[in-house]
Ligand binder design. Structure first.
Ligand SMILES: Nc1ncnc2c1ncn2[C@@H]1O[C@H](COP(=O)(O)OP(=O)(O)OP(=O)(O)O)[C@@H](O)[C@H]1O
Length: 341
């Protein structure tokens, strides 16, 4: 597998008059291989946007090595900019313009043939609605329009910051289908989110960030497997006696209402045999697999919530207004924002 994005030891500290120093990214590593739909998961304020902005040359990193398609960032980014479509934070569109007009203007501004407009509208499933004004669009449609704008130059890599933010379950499914069809067409996707359900539904690989540091990375199923306690829920007629027998057999047992949770079990036969030999018949034996939510909680110590922006230190963000929209790598960093924010 060839690496499309490599980040090694990225560090970024913001200096603000009001809040002093704030370490946003603290020695962070990320690798995204070709063809992946890679989720970049972390609580609010954990450093996702800062990482993406640094990777795209929109904010200056303090330390670390970054590359996109082997070109080191930010110095060699212009050489690969045409292969990358990126949206960082929610883009703002003119409500009175139609999607078609919006994309046509963006195509003209970006030197992209306007014949791409219908193609990208088709790709994101907005072809039939392209002549409607954007102000009448649902949030999901606006998000898809944003993706369409990033697809105009037919990128091989798509970077999306919180693309499913605020979407309902149907919107998330639409986004998942869109990401899968892009991936099937050979596009590598990196998308950030603080919502687990999105990542679990949409992505095949995940990197989890907490307080500016990578805390887990790999295939979603492998990351989950790393947290598998090999636990089984067991139902029997006499849980008390069953618990005694299983403990005597060296197993860790906890009692929950009418079921037992037996941990450290490599082979479930051990449970059925131990109990069956003593005339206790197992009514139900269910493996307890970790879900991304519990893994995320364990790794970051933060409960994700779609509507309450929360810092990793537990404080609620005073202002969660979207910062900026980036649809082209030609946009350069506004360094003054850094010190004023
Ligand atoms: N321009 C800035 N000036 C000062 N501090 C900043 C700036 N941008 C980000 N930060 C701080 O850096 C930390 C990381 O923020 P960042 O936006 O990268 O997190 P995030 O994971 O993208 O969060 P969210 O999910 O809310 O978008 C936060 O503490 C944030 O307040």
């Amino acid at each position: 597998m060839s690496a499309v994005i490599e980040i090694d030891g990225l560090r970024k500290t913001f200096h603000s008059v009001r809040q002093g120093h704030r370490v946003a990214v603290d020695g962070f590593d990320l690798r995204v291989d070709a063809g992946q739909i890679h989720g970049f998961l972390g609580p609010n304020g954990s450093g996702k946007t800062t990482t993406l902005r640094a990777l795209l040359g929109l904010v200056r990193a303090d330390a670390g090595r970054m590359s996109v398609f082997g070109a080191s960032s930010p110095q060699e980014l212009p050489a690969v900019a045409g292969r990358v479509g990126a949206i960082v934070e929610s883009p703002q569109f003119f409500g009175n313009f139609t999607a078609h007009r919006t994309l046509r203007l963006l195509a003209l501004a970006g030197g992209v043939p306007t014949t791409r407009v219908d193609e990208v509208l088709e790709q994101v499933g907005l072809r039939d609605r392209g002549d409607e004004r954007v102000k009448g669009y649902s949030l999901g449609m606006k998000q898809r329009l944003a993706v369409a704008s990033a697809l105009l130059k037919d990128p091989e890599l798509l970077i999306l910051d919180e693309p499913a933010n605020g979407l309902d379950p149907a919107g998330i499914r639409e986004m998942r289908d869109l990401m899968r069809s892009l991936s099937a067409a050979g596009v590598t996707v990196l998308l950030s989110s603080h919502i687990l359900a999105e990542i679990q539904l949409i992505c095949d690989h995940v990197t989890i960030i907490s307080r500016g540091r990578r805390v887990a990375a790999g295939r979603v199923d492998e990351v989950l497997a790393g947290f598998d306690q090999h636990e089984f829920a067991v139902r029997v007629a006499d849980p008390e006696r069953a618990a005694q027998l299983l403990r005597a057999g060296g197993l860790a047992v906890t009692e929950h209402d009418d079921q037992l949770v037996v941990g450290g079990v490599d082979e479930p036969e051990l449970i059925t045999r131990t109990l069956g030999e003593q005339g206790i018949w197992v009514r139900e034996l269910v493996p307890l697999r970790p879900d991304l939510e519990s893994v995320f909680l364990e790794l970051t110590g933060t409960t994700p919530h779609p509507t309450v922006p929360r810092q990793v230190d537990g404080s609620v963000l005073p202002d969660a207004a979207p910062r900026d929209a980036v649809i082209d790598l030609d946009v350069r960093a506004d360094e003054t924002r850094e010190v004023q924010a």
